[in-house]
Design a protein around this ligand. Structure first.
Ligand code: FPP
Ligand code: MG
Length: 300
């Protein structure tokens, strides 16, 4: 199966699970449920959940069984979706379109968009904890996953990176400051996806270190590619307006080091990510290597 077909299959599995992930958790006010599902079901590449499932399979060597990793895969997509809803708010990037549709606050209003984000974030932790009840992942593994999810999506992780992004705005002048922002606001959740999958698959310490390095470099490359696509991407394919960074005078990789050097940086980070996988002694490393190349080539 080609990597495109493989990722489409994983995305379809995740989408099915996402739709039922709110069932059986008690009454949710209709409008809030609608706002949550609006963004959860708006499409997207589902690359983070795919990384959870693929890393688990890579370690364990059973590329067919995605069920074990599914609750954590859904949790990471819940966190990612909340972050997009909040990132699009007028107080943050103030965007009207996301994944080819009007942003959440444009449809449901700011208050409900904030609450939908809050609810997605909170529910994510319930999903991870709930996986213990299914018995498919050992409680000590899930405990480590919960702690890492909190760390990498919280104040010292994704939220911290977003805060630095907001605080920095035009003031960022060095590549080090920009790398800090990118590593946290984007790379941390991608790194989490990879290491959480690794833990579920039973990775040892050395494998986890390699998976973390893969996730770090892949995540940084992913955000630089995002910056590049904001300059040269196709609005139809991206499902949102381009040139947003330029309009907001955002300091990005293309702004600081130019387009060609940014592309070279994405390529070298991808190579470093693949090298980390090569030294991890995984049962089935191929899909992780292919995902790195797939993201290098991505146009949306
Ligand atoms: C696009 O992902 C998103 C990013 C590149 C991450 C940008 C970082 C944030 C929005 C952090 C915001 C944090 C807070 C706390 C508000 P993607 O290309 O995978 O999107 P898709 O799921 O639509 O494909
Ligand atoms: Mg932003």
């Amino acid at each position: 199966m080609s990597i495109n077909d493989y990722l489409m299959r994983r995305a379809a599995e995740v989408e099915e699970a996402l739709t039922s992930a709110l069932d059986g958790w008690g009454h949710i006010p209709n409008r809030l449920r609608e706002a949550m599902l609006y963004s959860l079901q708006a499409g997207g590449k589902r690359i983070r959940p795919a990384l959870v499932m693929t890393a688990a399979a890579a370690v364990k060597g059973d590329s067919g069984d995605a069920a074990q990793a599914m609750p954590v895969a859904c949790a990471v997509e819940f966190i990612h979706t909340y972050s997009l809803i909040h990132d699009d708010l007028p107080a943050m990037d103030d965007d009207d379109y996301r994944r080819g549709k009007p942003t959440n606050h444009k449809v449901y209003g700011e208050a409900m968009a904030i609450l939908a984000g809050d609810a997605l974030l909170t529910h994510a932790f319930g999903l991870v904890a709930g996986a213990a009840r299914c018995g498919s992942v050992a409680p000590d593994v899930l405990l480590a996953v919960v702690e890492e999810l909190s760390l990498l999506s919280g104040a010292a992780g994704m939220v911290g990176g977003q805060a630095a992004d907001m605080l920095g705005e035009q003031g960022v002048t060095s590549i080090e400051e920009l790398e800090y922002i990118h590593l946290h606001k984007t790379s941390d959740l991608i790194r989490f996806s990879v290491t959480a999958g690794g833990r579920i698959g039973g990775a040892d310490k050395q494998q986890l270190d390699c998976l973390a390095l893969y996730g770090r470099n892949l995540g940084l490359a992913f955000q630089i590619q995002d910056d590049i696509l904001d300059v040269i991407g196709d609005e139809g394919k991206l499902g949102k307006k381009t040139q947003g960074d330029v309009e907001q005078n955002k300091v990005t990789y293309p702004y600081l080091i130019g387009l060609e050097e940014s592309k070279a940086k994405v390529a070298s980070l991808t190579q470093e990510a693949k090298s980390a996988i090569a030294s991890a002694r995984l049962a089935e490393p191929d899909r992780l290597l292919q995902i790195a190349d797939y993201l290098l080539r991505r146009d949306h």
